[in-house]
Ligand binder design. Sequence first.
Ligand code: GLC
Length: 633
Amino acid sequence: MLTSHDSYSLARDALLAGIPADQRAQLAARHDGVAERLLSRLDALYGAQPDFAEWLETLFGTLGQLAAARPAALAALDTARAADPGWLAQPGMLGYCAYVDRFGGTLNGVAHRVDHLQKLGVRYLHLLPFLKMRAGDNDGGFAVSSFDEVEPRLGNNDDLLALTERLRAAGISLCADFVLNHVADDHPWALAAKRGEARYRRYFRVVRERSAVERWESTLGQVFPDVAPGNFTEVPPLGGWVWTTFYPYQWDLDYRNPEVFAEIACALIRLANLGVEVFRLDSAPFLWKREGGPCVNEPEVHTILQALRAIIDIVAPGVLLKAEAIVPTRDLPPYFGSGDARGHECHLAYHSSLMAAGWAALAEQRSDLLNRVIDATPELPAGNSWLTYVRCHDDIVWSTLKPEIADAGDDYFARLLKVTRFLAGESADSYARGAHFQASETVPVFGTNGMTASLVGLASADDDRARDAAEQRLQLLYGLAFAFGGLPLIYMGDELGQPNDDSAELASARAADGRWLQRPRLDAHRLAARDQPGTGAERVFTGLQRLAECRRALPALSANAPRQRLPVDDPALLLLARGGRFVAVFNFAAEARPLPLAALPGGQHWTDALSGQPLDSGQLLPGGSMLWLTAAD
Ligand code: GLC
C-alpha cells in the first residue's frame, strides 16, 4: 500500500509530466506553495476512499494538461496578478451584472455594449448563466446541461473566447456563473443516472425511503417554499427521491463522491482557459449535507472551496472565486477562509445583509439595522473583498437580517412585515412599487422583488419633486455600495433608471417566478436617451458615472482601506468614515436633516466630493439623500 507521502509525490509528478520544461519550475513552485493545504483538504474529504491515490494522480494529471493548455495571454495575467494580489481592491474596480440575452441578445451582442460599460468605468462584467441550459424551464440558466458549451441561443465557445479577449482589451474581467451545487435533469450525468448507470447515479444524492426524506426534511429550510416546495423530487428511474434544493429539475451533486469534485474542478479550469476570470460560485453554502441540520454552511463546504481555491492557485492564479452565499453577516467571513486558510478560500463574497439592510433603512427611515450589519462586518485579509450591490436578478432575501433583528430585541416578522409592505407599495405613504416573493400566511416575510427604480419610487413619481426624490434615493443606495469598501456592482438597467419588467414576453415567467420582475431587456429608448441632457436616463446615468469617477480618485475608498461608523444622535442618519479624510453621510429620513457637523472628525475643512463645493455650516441634507465629504489636505 502507498503511504500518503508516496501518493502525493506521484500526484505531483503527474501534474508536472506534460508541462513544457521552461514552465515546469513555475508550476512546481505554485504547487509546492499550496500543496500542504490542498492535500490536507482532499485527504479530509476523500482520503478514506480505497482508490484515493489513483484518483489523486488522475486528477493532478488532468490539471497538468489544463495548465499546459492555458493560453499565453491568460498565463501572463496569472503572473501579473499573482505578483499584485491587491489589484482587486483598487477604488477603480467597478462591476456590472446582466443576463446575456437581456443586455446584448447574444455574446457577440454583449461585445457591442462594451462602450456603454466603459462610459460607466466598469472593470468587471458578471454575465448571468450563459452555458448550455436545460430545454424548457431552466431557472434563468441556473439549470446547466453542459459545463463545456455555450447555450446555442447565445452563441458558441468561439464567441465566448472572442468576448473575453474583447473585454480584456478594454480592461474588463469577465465573471461567469459557475453552478456547482446542481446540474439540470437533462445534463448527461443526470440522463446516465436515469438510465441506471451506477457510476452516474453516485453523482447525485438519492434517498430510497419516503421516511428518510421526511427525516431529512424535518431539519431543512426551503429556498422556494412557494414555487418549488421541499428539497427532494421523486424520480422513479432512480428508485427514490433525488435531492433538489431548488427547482425539481436542478439535481444537487453529491460531493462525498470524489469524481464529482474532480469533474467540477476540471470544468472550472476549462472555462478559465476560455478566458473567464471570475467565477460566481452559485449556491455555495449548500454543497454538503449532514443529517440533523439545515445543510447550509457545513464545515465541509469550506473544505471543498479551499481545495478548489488551491487548485486555482496552482493552475490559474489570476482567476478569482466569488461566494454566492446569501447568509447572515456572521456566517460570511468563513467564505474567505479561516484558521490556516484565512484569505485562501473565496476572494469575493456578496454582502447581501448590507444590501437588505440598506433597503430596510429606506423603508423604516432609520439606520439601526444597517449600523448593526456594518459593525458586524470584519476587515478582510488583503486580496479579499466584499461584493456590494443594490439589486440583482434575485429577490431581496430578508432572512439574512435575522441576527441583527434579534439583537435589536425585535420580532422578525413584525418588523420586516412593515418593511416588505412598504416596498410592495402597500402602505399609505409608500412610493415603492415592488412585490412580495413567496410570502404566505405562515411565512409572511420571505423576499422582495423589483428593480431599484421601482423600489425607490421613480416608477410611481408623478411630478418633478417626487422624481428628484426618487433619483436621490437611488443615488443614496448606490452611494453606500460605492463607499462601503468592496467591489460595487451595478445591476443592468439601474444605470438608466429602468423600472420593473411589464413585458408581455415575460408575463408567464413572472407569473411562475416573481423574480422575473427585475429581469427586463435593456431599454433601447433609455439607452438612446442616456446622452440626451434633461432625460431621466441621462440624469441617473450621469449620477452613477459621477459616483464612479469620484470613487476612482479616492484611495480612501479602496476595498481594504479602514472603515468606521461614526456615532451620531439622529437615528435616520448613517455616517461612514473611510480613513480620517472621507465621510459619507446618508439621510434615510423622508425629511431634510441638518448635517451633523459635530459628528465629523474635528479641525477639518470638508468639501462635497461630488460637487466640489465647500461645506456650508448650515447645510441641510435632503430626505433620502447622501453626501460624500472629503477633508482638504
Ligand atoms: C442562486 C441564483 C438563483 C438561482 C439559484 C439556484 O441563488 O442566484 O437565481 O435560482 O442559485 O441555482
